[in-house]
Design a protein around this ligand. Sequence first.
Ligand code: HEM
Length: 464
Amino acid sequence: MESTTIFWLFSSILFFSLLLLSLLKPIFSIRRKLPLPPGTLGWPYIGETFQLYSQNPNVFFASKVKRFGSIFKTHILGCPCVMISSPEAVKLVLVTRAHLFKPTFPASKERMLGKQAIFFNQGDYHIKLRKLVLRAFMPESIRTIIPDIESIAVGMLKSWEGQLINTFQEMKTYTFNVALLSIFGKDEVLYREDLKRCYYILEKGYNSMPINLPGTLFHKSMKARKELAQILASVISIRRQMKHNHRDLLGSLMGDKEGLTDEQVADNIIGVIFAARDTTASVLTWIVKYLAENPSVLQAVTEEQVAIMREKCGGEKVLIWEDTKKMPITSRVIQETLRVASILSFTFREAVEDVEFEGYLIPKGWKVLPLFRNIHHSPDNFPDPEKFDPSRFEVAPKPNTFIPFGSGTHSCPGNELAKLEILILLHHLTTKYRWSMVGPQNGIQYGPFALPQNGLPIRLSLKA
Ligand code: HEM
């Protein structure tokens, strides 16, 4: 080899080594300088998974916070994690330094819902999707479907008259139908039964072991997922031929100038159904329980809703957007339910690099869990936190202490729709019906959302 070649080879190796060292130096120095957050990691691999899942998870979180403070480390489901429960730290992870913490889900869940769904993504693709999704769920869009939401609510309530019903199961049907309405507009009834059949199989396997062999729940779910994609492909193709401008989610996703592929549209439709249904149904179930347990609150809500109904007797019979803005007491009941029930106790992020965080090291790849429930149940933020007291929302909560819909780049784009469909159902429920809870009422089940035991069986009857 010529001496000049050897010289260049050596110089290049030296140059790249120095470059690499200078890039790695801050990482090594953060690693050397900073301690990990306090806490325990439990057994090798298993970590503290059993401690978390063998009891009410909130007992686990509360005892850790008491022992180690608002930032602590643990090890769950094979992953080292840092859990955080101060409003300021949660804001850092979800908003201010969100670029350092990416959303993270098990690979099997991504496969099942669709990798290109909004909540699995970041960066430019996420920004583009968010604009399209927000456009479909902003007040100007959803106000147009109020009469259709109302007729779904009235029909559902009628079918419960005189029956013993499982509140959560019935609310799931309501929120599923409203989700389809917001996605497909009035066409939703055409696809409702087929989509429901496949989606219900898909959800049964969602929390199963991800073993894709014939006979397993996971396998059945993946088959249903394929069928869902086929149904959606044919809906998309029919829409393309119609060439109308639709204001629903499908219209928004298909109207993008740069164009989303059919697969991207399908992944996001399935993703939105998933994000919209059980969340809103759980909150509705808790509201039914809290109202039954707090007669004075129920009376105040009923009076507010009766007043709106009476106003309507003279003029327009159906609810309009402006009516829903005249429901402050009912809105506070929704807020207080979101706080007390905190159906999403926490969410998941993953550190994309070694991060210096409030004097601690969060190593690259570690999971970071903002604990919404702990923030909502801290007496520093909400005095007497276990008490259901909607009047506390007469005064706005302190910044970053009330985040049932998350915060920052991935916060919930469906929050207005969720509140709207809850208000509409409550309007008809409280003005026309009475209900009583059946069976034990103190248990809570987590699957994964916090829910009253057995889905809250109730008996519903028309008011005299
Ligand atoms: C009361 C009911 C609901 C609650 C409590 C709720 C809560 C949340 C929360 C906490 C997040 C953020 C998760 C995170 O940061 O990791 C979120 C995201 C999301 N929600 Fe909701 N949600 C509800 C209803 C809905 C509805 C009705 C829709 C659709 C119509 C919806 C669509 C979404 C979507 C698409 C995301 C992902 C946003 C993104 O990644 O940019 N949600 N929701």
